[in-house]
Design a protein around this ligand. Structure first.
Ligand code: AMP
Ligand code: ZN
Length: 484
């Protein structure tokens, strides 16, 4: 394991930077709250997984054996994170007149396609909530006698039965939690359903028998059960978006405390995970990103407009994960250009075999990179170190390649397997294929070689009429682009 820089991470539980010490020596066990598969993820959601991916890659870089679990929520998540609203999956299935299973399959596959396009590593396991219902029932039965009470609508967790409820959120507000009158009989505003009974006279597409009647598990219960089951309490790091710091994760922690307290550990150890880490939001200028209002910013929309998905990954890496990041098309364009410059510099090393990274000029850069990434995943600084290494002249190329490869294993920009042609802007709305464009450009080249400038201009105009702008002498070598 590396001796250079110890890994420091920001723990939302203590709101401070803490040195990472694994629960199990040499290992790092990480759980990431995954999507509710009732709709396509927007690119803000995907920022949460790019962050978790950089965390997991950094842990690998630091020499830990990483076990990463991401869940898929296919039941139980209401339209409101507290106890109001309808089940997101049931609602979408009804709107589309499809079975929940089909809805879940379609959107899970769409999410996995985005994961692959963003070069996010596959976790050790994708845990699907509906596969864990027996374990959820067992967990609920364990904590119910001391921590829960039954109402007509389900089994509720009494948050006053655990020490220091809500310490992760810091401020437990009426607004942030459910209202006490939202469900008749609730003892505290923050109490939440861990099992929701199917109302009399209704049938849900997804329901199971339980000691509290037929129904479905609560969303918070799912994550406690899957994380504990697959990683063992306490595990190292639990991640999610910053919104989860307010309701979902405090509720997971309350359940974990209720479950673990039986073996007499103290409150912090009973939180389930030692570190709770949260990425800040991707926002639009007009405010919060949404799947319903304005332009639905899916990764596919970026691709349709011609942007390579890794340009979005680059955009995420350019900001620290704890900062808000504002999305703009100009910003995405700038990220694409930066990635292209890095790829062009990497191309010079394409045929070079990786050598010894311990070169005297390059080793300090690798150390700076490690220091940046070890300081709460400072990717903006780490990126500038990669650029510095790429720009370095008169160094052993094998060493240079080895160092860049190591850095890229953390950042995941695929510098040695993508080419500049892969990054070309290619909106899907344009009917000309890349091959068609290249054919016209070849003819134009031949015309120019014969000094037939009239023919060359006519071919350029022919492309322009179809939305393709020829970019002669462009220093970034784009050669052509589509659109204004
Ligand atoms: P959901 O599918 O709504 O449960 O969200 C999936 C993940 O995306 C969760 O970790 C959320 O906290 C996170 N998230 C939601 N909106 C954003 C956003 N605009 N920017 C970054 N992360 C987000
Ligand atoms: Zn979760």
């Amino acid at each position: 394991m590396s001796e250079v820089a110890s890994l420091t991470l920001f723990n939302s539980l203590t709101r401070s930077l803490e040195r990472f010490e694994p629960v199990h020596p040499g290992e790092a066990r990480v759980y990431t709250c995954g999507p509710t598969v009732y709709n396509y993820p927007h690119i803000g959601n995907m920022r949460a997984y790019v962050f978790a991916d950089v965390l997991s890659r950094t842990l690998s870089f630091k020499g830990y054996d990483v076990t990463h679990v991401i869940n898929i929520t296919d039941v139980g998540h209401l339209t409101d994170d507290a106890d109001a609203g309808e089940d997101k999956m049931e609602k979408m299935a009804a709107a589309k007149s499809q079975s929940i299973w089909d809805i879940a399959k379609h959107y899970t596959e769409a999410y996995w396609a985005d994961i692959a396009a963003l070069n996010i590593r596959q976790p050790a396991k994708w845990s699907i909530a509906t596969d864990y219902v027996p374990q959820m029932l067992e967990f609920a039965e364990t904590i119910a006698p001391k921590h829960c009470y039954e109402l007509a609508s389900g089994l509720y967790f009494d948050v006053s039965t655990v020490a220091d409820y809500g310490r992760l959120a810091r401020a437990v507000t009426e607004e942030g939690e459910g209202r006490i009158d939202a469900v008749e009989g609730k003892r505290n505003a923050a109490d939440f359903a861990i099992w929701r009974k199917t109302p009399a006279g209704e049938t849900r597409q997804m329901e199971w028998d339980s000691p509290w009647g037929r129904g479905a598990p609560g969303w918070h219960l799912e994550c406690s059960v899957m994380s504990g089951d697959l990683l063992g309490f306490p595990f190292d790091i639990h991640t999610g978006g910053i919104d989860h710091r307010e309701i979902h994760h405090p509720n997971e922690i309350a359940q974990n405390q209720a479950f673990c307290c039986t073996n007499g550990l103290d409150a912090v150890e009973n939180s389930g995970a030692r570190f709770w880490m949260h990425n800040n939001f991707l926002v639009e200028r007009s405010g919060k990103m949404s799947k319903s209002s304005g332009e639905f910013l899916r990764l596919q929309l970026l691709i349709d407009k011609g942007y390579h998905p890794l340009a979005y990954r680059m955009m995420c890496l350019q900001a620290h994960y704890r900062s808000e990041l504002e999305f703009s098309w100009e910003g995405l364009g700038a990220a694409l250009t930066r990635l292209k410059r890095m790829l062009m510099a990497s191309e010079k090393l394409a045929d070079v075999a990786a050598g010894d990274p311990g070169h005297p000029k390059l080793a300090p850069l690798l150390a700076s990179f490690e220091a940046a990434i070890s300081e709460d995943l400072n990717t903006p600084v780490a990126l500038t170190v990669v650029e510095e290494a790429l720009a370095m002249k008169k160094v052993d190329l094998g060493a240079k390649r080895a160092v860049i490869e190591r850095m890229d294993r953390v950042l995941g920009l695929d510098l040695f397997s993508k080419t500049r042609a892969d990054l070309r802007l290619r909106p899907s709305a344009v009917s000309l294929s890349e091959g068609d464009i290249e054919t016209v450009l070849e003819r134009r080249k031949a015309a120019r070689a014969e000094k037939d400038f009239a023919a060359s201009d006519a071919l350029r105009d022919e492309l322009a009429a179809q939305g393709v702008e020829v970019m002669d002498g462009d220093p970034l070598g784009w050669e052509w682009k589509i659109g204004a």
